[in-house]
Unconditional design. Structure first.
Length: 477
């Protein structure tokens, strides 16, 4: 939250009030209610002052007589740039529902979207705040618009919130949207969750008492809370398990928040001494964080009364990051990404920020008039991720449909440049084999190997393509 120059925020509010005077939302409320709600959301996320001001003014250029020049004069180039980016993004949104068709007008809109996002990711964060408030007031729109906005949110904005590890935002967006996309299914699943939780109420209370007593004996400072599975998450899980709710083990989850990492592992040991852990259900995301930076210990246990309960164990800092994600610190991270990109240090970026670099490279290509493969770009940004492993157990996330060379170049360009073969799950395979969730991938290399032009048909990620092209061009010279 901003602590300095708060008079700038006050001036932005007055400018927005004057610009939107006489305008009303579909709810019948004065329009200024919306930018003020966006302002509050951005403040809750801990965004920097320029982002908050841009959030207040994000609709003025599109919907009022205010110009970018006016905003630049009053608040500086950075705020004007962010407002311009959100305006472009709003224009691009119109064609996003037809992304799969790749019509010329869709590609044009999508191009503007990439340029808007590629230069400063704060544009996306403002748009996420804007979308969240619109979802909260979606009931005021006609049914066809409700469904369109909700579907678009599930397909584009909720997954992008997930990439930023903004867990609370992803859950709220997905559930609000699903309610409009499939209301009958939503009501059925919500009712199912409520019944399941009610039947488990006494059991959970007893578990909480047992855990609390054991932790106090070991003098572990902790907080314990329940977590109800979201409706949309349950919908997706049921689809993977043939609609069999008995195969879903995280319907009931308890979160244990402790002071430090040592206490995380101590707490895990205590829980396992009280209840029977389920084989294959212990996940250490502290030692090996998810690619979006998420850290926590997960374990699923069978209690004394045969209940299946998941525990998530983490520190306060890990919990804060799991809930709010990169939003609070993103401005600084984004600056580092841009700085490293300009210096050609892409290999040394944190892996959870690598996809942002891909956006920046794409934006640069588009501005230079270079061709972009929209299908591969769309897949890379919006399709479901898969998680594959190195032989040492490191987790690498890739777009669904990725091939061994995508994996190799994600590890390092030196590895990618010298690939002679691949082993998948311990068996020799070929470079055309699509990787699948959970594969263990071992890249075989030789110093004598050099990249080939034919490899361009064996990759789908823009990162791998850029690295391969760079080496091929260098070899030609």
């Amino acid at each position: 939250m901003p602590t300095k120059d708060s008079e700038r925020v006050a001036r932005a509010v007055e400018m927005a009030k004057k610009a939107h005077e006489g305008q009303f939302r579909k709810t019948g409320e004065p329009y200024i209610i919306h930018p003020m709600a966006v302002k509050k959301i951005l403040e809750e996320w801990g965004m920097d002052e320029d982002t908050i001001i841009a959030g207040i003014l994000h609709d003025t250029v599109e919907d009022t007589d205010l110009t970018l020049a006016d905003i630049k004069k009053e608040f500086g180039e950075s705020v004007a740039f962010l407002v311009d980016g959100v305006t472009k993004l709003s224009t691009a949104r119109t064609g996003m529902r037809d992304i799969d068709t790749y019509l010329p007008e869709t590609r044009d809109n999508f191009l503007r979207l990439m340029i808007a996002l590629g230069d400063d990711i704060r544009v996306l964060i403002i748009k996420l705040a804007d979308r969240l408030h619109n979802l909260r007031t979606l009931s005021a729109l006609p049914p066809d618009k409700q469904k369109k906005i909700a579907k678009e949110t599930l397909e584009v904005f909720a997954p992008l919130a997930d990439r930023l590890n903004m867990g609370l935002l992803r859950v709220e967006m997905a559930d609000l949207s699903f309610k409009y996309v499939d209301p009958k299914r939503y009501d059925y699943l919500k009712d199912l969750i409520e019944k399941y939780n009610k039947s488990a109420e006494k059991s959970l209370k007893r578990i909480e008492e047992e855990i609390s007593e054991a932790f106090k004996k070991e003098k572990i400072k902790f907080t314990l809370s329940g977590r109800v599975k979201s409706v949309y998450s349950l919908h997706k899980k049921l689809a993977k398990h043939n609609q069999n709710i008995n195969e879903i083990y995280d319907l009931i989850a308890l979160r244990v928040i402790v002071d430090d990492i040592t206490d995380c592992y101590l707490a895990l040991g205590i829980i396992h001494s009280l209840y029977t852990p389920m084989g294959g259900r212990i996940k250490d995301y502290i030692a090996m964080p998810k690619q979006n930076g998420y850290q926590s210990l997960h374990t699923t246990v069978i209690t004394k009364d045969k209940r299946v309960v998941e525990f998530q164990i983490r520190t306060k800092e890990m919990h804060e990051y799991a809930e709010r994600g990169l939003a609070a610190s993103f401005y600084y991270n984004e600056q580092k990404v841009t700085e490293n990109y300009k210096k050609g240090k892409i290999e040394h970026l944190p892996t959870n920020l690598l996809w942002i670099t891909e956006l920046q490279m794409t934006a640069a290509k588009l501005r230079e008039g270079k061709k972009v493969d929209y299908k591969k770009l769309k897949l890379n940004l919006f399709a479901d991720k898969i998680f594959v492993y190195t032989p040492k157990g490191d987790i690498i996330d890739l777009p669904k449909g990725s091939l061994p060379l995508d994996f190799a170049y994600r590890l390092h360009s030196e590895i990618g440049d010298h690939v002679i073969g691949v082993k998948i799950n311990g068996k020799m395979s070929n470079l055309n084999k699509k990787l699948e969730q959970g594969d263990i991938v071992e890249i075989l290399t030789s110093k004598n190997q050099t990249p080939k032009t034919s490899w361009l048909d064996k990759i789908i990620t823009s990162h791998a393509r850029q690295k391969l092209m760079h080496r091929l061009n260098a070899d030609k010279k």
